[in-house]
Design a protein around this ligand. Structure first.
Ligand code: NAD
Length: 463
């Protein structure tokens, strides 16, 4: 069945008002969503005792049903997220949900290591931590809840979410869908839980709670630091400022197309998206020509000043600009751009605030470099040691290797849009939690398990 724009709008409005009713307590509440964080944690703890005893096959059935529900609700969740947060692009958010449904690893990700020999058989099996506390962003709200839930449940855990206050409704609907999927597949309720009104306080309560041994933070530097200072094991998926480097050996027309596609995906909200370009001087003009061909608007000096004041008033990121499309941003400084415009570009030094800061909107500053070594140096500086993501367009294996080693990031995409890193037009699985700071990299079910050695001495070696 296909739903037109008007029908979809009506469905979203109905769901939003039903959620309001439910959250206001006038209706049966959403599955897994509690008034009180302590009650939520208690419920997740009870559910974990059941999940731990489920066969791997039963866990996989629950995960398959979460995949199904994610696909069925992709359009609704995408539309709700844009309505609630005011950020992003519905079509791209649908694709992100489809990616989560299709490419998030399940129980197959969890493997056993074995040694057998004269002294018997030893296994290392990956067991659950128990109840995991997860903090999620407003940039990929339901995508992160669904993706985290699948990986954490595959590992035998349950999860308590403290979603971003700007994306409560869509995040909590995702929590509801996870529980609905579990119940339908014969699993318990409360395999994922959340609260009606997540705040810093509910987040802190969760972080300090004795029943939560592992914390997973997906967000900016504040939340990652706070999780890593909790005294518990923390997985920190923090901020990035991914530079994309283009050298003189690249296919320049393709590089321009890939960069614009990556940087405009969901209006540049993904943390992995191209945030600025470093172009070797020899090809910089040609690249700019092709970027304009791809729908980039090259802004003049006066308008750049206006844009800087709009986006970074007093050097603080204006949240009203985050996740907006290029034409809306231009309109905000009085420019009416034609319909084909997808991205704003300008040339500047690497220190320009719109280049050095992580903006999460389709604005790409272009920094010229005299050669590839100068480009690598500038790109490394712009990455700010986040060790998150970096990209390059080049046909020189030597240059690609040199940059990859120097920038030392969790993600390094070559000759493709940044989203290839998430398995979208590239090989590999999907995640929306990239643990750059703590080094787990792209998280999956095995990230949310702990090693347990199981030894049987002098038997069961049958060689
Ligand atoms: P944010 O940091 O504003 O919020 C993330 C979450 O942390 C929210 O739930 C928020 O309520 C909570 N939070 C914020 N400060 C906190 C503190 N001091 N203590 C406790 N909780 C706190 O991030 P956002 O705007 O939602 O998302 C964008 C940021 O997240 C960008 O910097 C982006 O690069 C990063 N991000 C990283 C990844 C990744 O996988 N590495 C994925 C998505 C987003």
């Amino acid at each position: 069945m296909t739903v037109d724009e008007k029908q979809l709008q009506e469905i979203v409005q109905k769901v939003l008002s039903r959620l309001q009713d439910k959250q206001g307590g006038t209706d049966q509440k959403l599955l897994g969503v509690y008034e009180d964080m302590k009650d939520a944690i208690e419920a997740a703890k009870r559910a974990q005792a059941i999940v731990q005893k489920l066969s791997m096959d039963s866990r996989e059935k629950i995960i398959s049903n979460i995949r199904k529900k994610t696909l069925e609700n992709a359009e609704l969740l995408a539309k709700m997220a844009v309505e609630e947060t005011g950020m992003g692009n519905v079509g791209h958010k649908i694709l992100k949900h489809q990616l989560v449904a299709e490419k998030t690893p399940g129980t197959e990700d969890i493997t056993t290591t074995a040694w057998s020999g004269d002294r018997g058989l030893t296994l290392v099996e990956m067991g659950p931590f128990g109840v995991i506390g997860a903090i999620t962003p407003c940039t990929n709200p339901s995508e992160t809840v669904l993706c985290n839930s699948m990986g954490m449940i595959a590992g035998g855990n349950t999860v308590v979410f403290n979603p971003h206050p700007a994306a409560i409704k869509v995040s909590n609907l995702a929590v509801h869908l996870v529980n609905e999927a579990s119940l339908e597949a014969g699993g318990p309720e409360n395999i994922a839980v959340s609260v009606v009104r997540p705040t810093m306080e509910t987040g802190n309560l969760m972080m300090k709670h004795p029943d939560i041994p592992l914390l997973v933070a997906t967000g900016g530097p504040g939340v990652v630091t706070s999780v890593l200072s909790s005294g518990k094991r923390g997985i920190g998926a923090g901020a990035g400022n991914p530079p994309v480097l283009v050298d003189e050996t690249a296919d320049i027309a393709k590089a321009a197309a890939d960069i614009v596609n990556g940087a405009t995906f969901d209006n540049n909200l993904p943390c992995i998206a191209e945030k600025e370009i470093i172009a070797v001087n020899e090809i910089a003009d040609e690249l700019i020509y092709h970027l304009i061909e791809q729908g980039c608007y090259q802004i003049n000096k006066d308008d750049l000043e206006k844009l800087t004041k709009l986006v970074l008033p007093e050097n603080r990121l204006n949240r009203k600009c985050v996740g907006r499309d290029a034409r809306t941003l231009l309109e905000m400084i009085g420019i009416k751009a034609s319909e084909n415009i997808r991205c704003i570009i300008f040339e500047g030094e690497k220190e320009h605030p719109l280049i050095a800061e992580e903006l999460m909107m389709p604005i790409l500053g272009i920094v010229r470099a005299k050669d590839v070594d100068d480009g690598i140096e500038k790109a490394v500086w712009l990455e700010h040691g986040n060790r998150h993501s970096a990209h390059m367009h080049s046909k020189s294996v030597d240059n690609l290797t040199k940059y990859g080693k120097a920038v030392d990031t969790a993600i390094f995409v070559k000759n493709a849009p940044s989203y290839a890193a998430l398995g979208f037009g590239g090989e590999g699985f999907c995640t929306f939690t990239i643990a750059s700071r703590t080094g787990e990299g792209l998280t999956s079910a095995k990230t949310f398990t702990k090693q347990r050695r199981c030894v049987l001495a002098d038997s069961l070696c049958i060689r």
